[in-house]
Design a protein around this ligand. Structure first.
Ligand code: NI
Length: 248
């Protein structure tokens, strides 16, 4: 069930059964020579929407621009500053809370978002605590889950891509997007085959260290078939975790 394809009466009906919602969250940033700019938003969105259909979970619109300052050396990347993202996430959470939602499961697709998402949770809880109501008020719980850390996913990705998984523009994440959007598949030879690794600082430094955008990966291995396997396993794990979180 997707919020943006529902009517307000349908959301009222959902709230009578559940106070929990899933928000896919990611980024819009370069993903190497064959990865889509939307990869980090699309991966959680693809997994979330299927989990929504199979598990009866309400899925919010995707928060699809995040912390991508270090990717600004590559065309197409869009970034928020941390303070903007914290403010926007807080507004999303307070809007949902106003309607009665008390559990927000944020399914994240971008490692660079993690610190800011946790800072936003602190801001959200601060708002709840100082809202001027009594301690009997229902509380707000936020959960951050990076999709690649869902139960069983790490092992599956290592098994599918024992060499060249890397940490940015990985064959696993590119496979997930190729499974959902086969029309966007790009066949590009990688030079070098496996990208360099190293630390991340500002955008100019990033482009010097990682000239084609990849870090440690060989995403030319990506296939829709691998993506289908990853999505199937991730959907199962999300449904199981969401159901526990919903009532916890
Ligand atoms: Ni990514």
């Amino acid at each position: 069930m997707q919020l943006h394809l529902s009517s307000w009466q349908e959301i009222d009906g959902y709230l009578a059964k559940s106070k929990a919602i899933l928000v896919p969250i990611g980024s819009t940033e370069q993903h190497g020579p064959n990865g889509l700019l939307g990869t980090d938003a699309l991966c959680p969105e693809i997994i979330a929407r299927r989990a929504g259909d199979e598990g009866g979970i309400l899925v919010a619109p995707t928060f699809n621009v995040g912390q991508s300052q270090h990717h600004m050396g590559f065309s197409g990347t869009i970034t928020l500053r941390p303070s903007t993202m914290i403010a926007a996430m807080t507004d999303w959470a307070q809007s949902l809370a106003r309607h009665g939602f008390e559990r927000i499961y944020w399914l994240n697709g971008h490692g660079g978002n993690i610190a800011t998402i946790n800072a936003a949770f602190a801001e959200i809880y601060h708002g709840v605590t100082f809202a001027g109501t009594t301690s009997n008020r229902p509380s707000m719980h936020c959960l951050l889950r990076n999709w690649w850390e869902l139960s069983g996913i790490n092992d599956l990705c290592r098994q599918l891509f024992p060499v060249g998984e890397g940490s940015h523009a990985t064959p696993s994440e590119v496979s997930v997007t190729y499974f959902a959007y086969p029309e966007a598949i790009k066949r590009v030879a990688m030079t070098p085959k496996i990208a360099p690794t190293g630390p991340i600082f500002d955008a100019d430094d990033y482009r010097r260290r990682f000239p084609d955008g990849r870090i440690g990966s060989d995403p030319s291995q990506a296939t829709p078939e691998a993506g289908e396997k990853i999505v199937a396993a991730a959907v199962k794990a999300v449904i199981a975790e969401f159901k526990q979180f919903e009532t916890g």
